[in-house]
Design a protein around this ligand. Structure first.
Ligand code: GLU
Length: 388
C-alpha cells in the first residue's frame, strides 16, 4: 500500500521542499563531540549533486537548510551547550554566510544557482509579506534557481522565533504549495519506540513506514529530542507533518546521514516514514481565504474571465476586470463577482484598488508598461483564489 502511494505521490509531484538538518551536514565523521562539529563541505557537495539529479528529473526544489548556528559555533570556537541569545545570534550571523558560501560553491559545480531567503515569524504571519515571499519563490524557481531558506536567526530572539526548521520547512511547503516535503533527519524515520533504548524486556522498536493520521499516540511516541545539535528532533517533525497533511501535502522523513537515501526515494524505495492520508483535502489556506478573511472589496469580471476561472481553472487577469468596488490593499481578500453581481470566487489580490481601477480591462502588456516595477501578470493568482 505504502509503496503504491509513494509512487503516486512522486508521479504527481513537481515541487519538492527538502529540509536538511544541521546533523546531516555536520562533519560527524571527524570524531569530534557534537558541539565541536562544523559544516562538512563534502556532505554539502554530495547533496548538491543529488539535488541536481532531482532537478534533472524535472522537479523544482526548495531547500530549507539548518546549520548556521553550528557553523558559527565552530568558527567562534564556542562549544558550551547553553549559549546566550546574543551569542547564538552572532553564531547564526557568521555561520549563515559560511553555509550559503558552501552551498553556492557546491551547486555552482553542478551548474545551478542558489538564492538565500531568511525568514522570521512575522513574515509568515503578515499576509502582505507572505505573498511577497511566495512571489519571490515562484520567480526563483521559474529561473531554475534553488532557493535556500533558513530562519533569520540573527535578528530574532527565542520568544518570537519560529524556533526550528522542521516547522519552518512545513510553512515553506504550504506557502509554496509544494507537492512533497522531505525531512532529512539523522534517524531512519519514526519508530514505535526509541531504537537506542536497551530495555530487553520491551518489544524491539520498529520503523513505522506510513502514518495516515497524526494521533496523540503518534505525537507521544515521537517524544523529545536527545541530540544536542538537533533543535527539534522527531517531535517537531511529526508536528510539521501534521501541518502539511492538513494542507494536502505529504511529508516523508528519511535518514539524511545515508546520502543515497534521497536518490532511493526518487527511485521509488519504501524507506523512511511517510505521513499522508492519501486523500486530497481542501487546503487550509484556501479555506482561510474563503471563510476566515473578511473581504475588503469586490471585483466585477466579464463573462469570458468568469469562464476562465470557473471552467478552466485560470488566474484572474486585468483584461477581464470591469469594475472595482471598495478600498483595498495589495494582499487583501476580495470578492469576485460575475456580471450580474453574483459572487463566484474569493481571492488575495496583487494590486490595490486604486491601481486595479486604472488597469481594469487592459491587456497584460499594457499593464506591464503602465505599472513598471509593480507589475504582476495576475490580478489574482490561481493559487490564491477559491471558487465559491
Ligand atoms: N536555524 C538554525 C540554524 O541554522 C537551525 C534550526 C533547526 O535546526 O531547526 O542553525
Amino acid at each position: 500500500m505504502s509503496r503504491e502511494l509513494r509512487k503516486n505521490i512522486l508521479k504527481s509531484a513537481k515541487r519538492v521542499v527538502i529540509k536538511v538538518g544541521s546533523g546531516v551536514i555536520s562533519d560527524h565523521e571527524s570524531g569530534k563531540a557534537p558541539l565541536e562539529r562544523g559544516l562538512s563541505l563534502k556532505r554539502i557537495r554530495s547533496y548538491a549533486k543529488r539535488i541536481k539529479a532531482i532537478v534533472d528529473a524535472g522537479y523544482e526544489v526548495i531547500l530549507v537548510s539548518s546549520g548556521a548556528i553550528m557553523a558559527g559555533r565552530e568558527r567562534l570556537n564556542l562549544q558550551r551547550p547553553n549559549l546566550d541569545i546574543p551569542e547564538k545570534q552572532a553564531c547564526a550571523a557568521i555561520g549563515q554566510s559560511s553555509l550559503i558560501r558552501s552551498y553556492e560553491r557546491s551547486f555552482e559545480k553542478q551548474g545551478l544557482k542558489v538564492a538565500q531567503i531568511l525568514l522570521g515569524h512575522d513574515d509568515l504571519e503578515n499576509r502582505k509579506r507572505y505573498l511577497n515571499i511566495r512571489h519571490t519563490l515562484e520567480a526563483l524557481l521559474e529561473h531554475g534557481v534553488i532557493p535556500i531558506v533558513n530562519e533569520n536567526d540573527s535578528v530574532t530572539v527565542d520568544e518570537i522565533k519560529i524556533g526550528d526548521n522542521d516547522t519552518l520547512s512545513a510553512n515553506v511547503a504550504c506557502m509554496a504549495e509544494a507537492h512533497l516535503l522531505i525531512l532529512l533527519s539523522d534517524v531512519d524515520g519514526l519508530y514505535t519506540s526509541d531504537p537506542a533504548r536497551t530495555n530487553h524486556k520491551a518489544p524491539p522498536a520498529e520503523l513505522i513506514s506510513h502514518v495516515d493520521r497524526v494521533t496523540p499516540e503518534i505525537e507521544r511516541i515521537a517524544g523529545k529530542s536527545k541530540n544536542p545539535l538537533a533543535v527539534g528532533g522527531m517531535y517537531t517533525k511529526v508536528l510539521a507533518a501534521k501541518k502539511t497533511m492538513s494542507f494536502g501535502i505529504p511529508t516523508l522523513i528519511i535518514n539524511g546521514l545515508k546520502g543515497e537515501n534521497l536518490k532511493k526515494v526518487f527511485a521509488g524505495s519504501n524507506i523512511g516514514t511517510l505521513f499522508w492520508s492519501g486523500a486530497a483535502k481542501i487546503k487550509d489556506r484556501k479555506h482561510w481565504i474563503a471563510h476566515t478573511l473578511k473581504p475588503a472589496g469586490s471585483i466585477k469580471i466579464d463573462a469570458g474571465a468568469g469562464r476562465a476561472l470557473v471552467e478552466h481553472g485560470k488566474s484572474l487577469l486585468a483584461a477581464g476586470v470591469i469594475k472595482v468596488d471598495g478600498k483595498f490593499e495589495f494582499g487583501s481578500a476580495v470578492r469576485i463577482l460575475d456580471e450580474k453581481g453574483k459572487e463566484i470566487a474569493r481571492g488575495l489580490v496583487n494590486y490595490n484598488s486604486r491601481d486595479l481601477d486604472q488597469i481594469k480591462g487592459m491587456k497584460t502588456a499594457a499593464v506591464r508598461s503602465l505599472v513598471g516595477a509593480n507589475f504582476y501578470e495576475e490580478v489574482i493568482h490561481r493559487d490564491d483564489l477559491v471558487l465559491i
